[in-house]
Design a protein around this ligand. Structure first.
Ligand code: KG4
Ligand code: ZN
Length: 355
């Protein structure tokens, strides 16, 4: 991301996140304290469909945004004039959902006469480990290795300068969260699958079924050195269920625990490879799957054994939220005129924008 454009505002920021199925807004003070934050999840509406329905999502955003804006000012105890800029998620995400947030942000910024910043959602996740709620944002020792694991992305990032990221590797097929969501569906569990599998696997044996751990060391070489692959895992579960009819009922805890273990191990294999290859002082993890307790334990173990600072995003800031969009805007955004002709959403905003 570049920092050219209008000067960064020094007052409070309002941020809007509508990239997928969560409508969220935040007000951030200049030091990164959150003065207000709200997330309205649409999960209950999408659950019967087993995934997000874009048309339903965008309609819900349109309904949720105006009352949430007023809540923000009430919660923060500030007036309109205290807002120096408005940040919104520009991409990547669902086009129709992104449009609702951008339109709201532009309209508000025009009315207030302040600049807007279109934020990369992935950059938002990557800086979310700095958020401390109503306390100021934190820094961490650099360089840092950061694992970004969400429903749509699985990326290993290296941070050498604050809030600037280089992509070391990413998934070749499914994301870790997607693997959990698809696995849960196969096991007859609900949506989203990550927390369902975590719950169903409680008390189960993580070594009950030997599911594959992504790319083998031999396959993960050259430009795939830090790449992930999860599509084989989902297929392995499908094959197992075909060979063991009824196992999803009779051995659910073991299956869920083993599946979750395979996802966490596949992630840790590449994290360990990257820590062997590059010096790091901090190990971080962000995104919805970073909520997973098994993964958090494994990351904590890796950090302990290598004497690294561990920075796991707080659970409230792992899944999609506007606080991380405000943080990204504060740290690295390009501020623009809300009436600018080039301002548009970027549903497939490329990863190199993070570099
Ligand atoms: O970051 P996020 O909210 O949305 C995207 O930007 O994609 O991540 C959502 C993903 C879903 O795949 C969901 O199953 C997963 O995060 N997730 C979890 C847990 N909570 C959410 N995965 C594992 N364990 C959890 N506790
Ligand atoms: Zn996300």
């Amino acid at each position: 991301m570049t920092t050219a454009g209008l000067p960064a505002p020094d007052g409070c920021l309002l941020a809007v996140e509508t990239s997928c199925d969560e409508t969220s807004m935040a007000v951030m003070a200049p030091d990164g304290r959150l003065l207000a934050h709200e997330i309205a999840s649409q999960i209950d509406l999408h659950r019967p469909f087993g995934g997000v329905v874009p048309e339903v999502a965008s309609r819900c955003h349109v309904e949720a945004l105006p009352p949430m804006l007023h809540d923000m000012l009430d919660q923060a105890g500030i007036g309109w004039k205290a807002l120096g800029g408005v940040a919104f998620t520009r991409g990547p995400g669902l086009a129709t959902s992104l449009l609702t947030g951008m339109t709201a942000a532009r309209a508000l910024a025009l009315r207030l006469g302040v600049p807007v910043a279109g934020v990369n959602h992935l950059h938002g996740h990557a800086v979310s480990l700095r958020l401390r709620g109503d306390r100021p944002m934190t820094d961490h020792p650099l360089p840092a290795l950061i694992l970004l694991v969400s429903g749509g992305h699985t990326i290993l990032l290296r941070e050498e300068e604050p809030a600037r990221f280089a992509v070391l590797g990413q998934t070749l097929d499914d994301a870790a969260g997607e693997a959990l969501d698809k696995g849960a569906k196969l096991l007859g569990l609900g949506y989203p699958g990550g927390p369902e599998i975590e719950r169903a696997g409680e008390g189960g044996r993580p070594d009950a079924v030997a599911f594959p751990r992504g790319l083998s060391k031999a396959d993960a070489s050259g430009d795939r050195r830090f790449a992930f692959s999860f599509s084989g895992l989902k297929t392995a579960l499908m094959v197992h269920l075909r060979r063991h009819p009824g196992a999803a009922e009779t051995a659910l805890a073991d299956l869920a625990a083993s599946y979750q273990e395979a996802v966490a191990d596949a992630l840790m294999l590449r994290v360990d490879d990257a820590l062997d290859a590059f010096p790091a002082r901090t190990l971080g993890c962000v995104g919805g799957v970073a909520r997973n307790r098994r993964l958090r334990d494994k990351l904590a173990g890796a950090a302990r054994s290598r004497n690294l600072d561990l920075r796991l995003a707080e659970p409230a800031f792992c899944t999609d939220n506007a606080a991380m969009i405000a943080a990204s805007a504060r740290l690295a955004a390009r501020w623009e005129d809300p009436a600018g002709p080039d301002l548009d959403i970027l549903p497939n905003w490329p990863l190199d924008a993070l570099v």
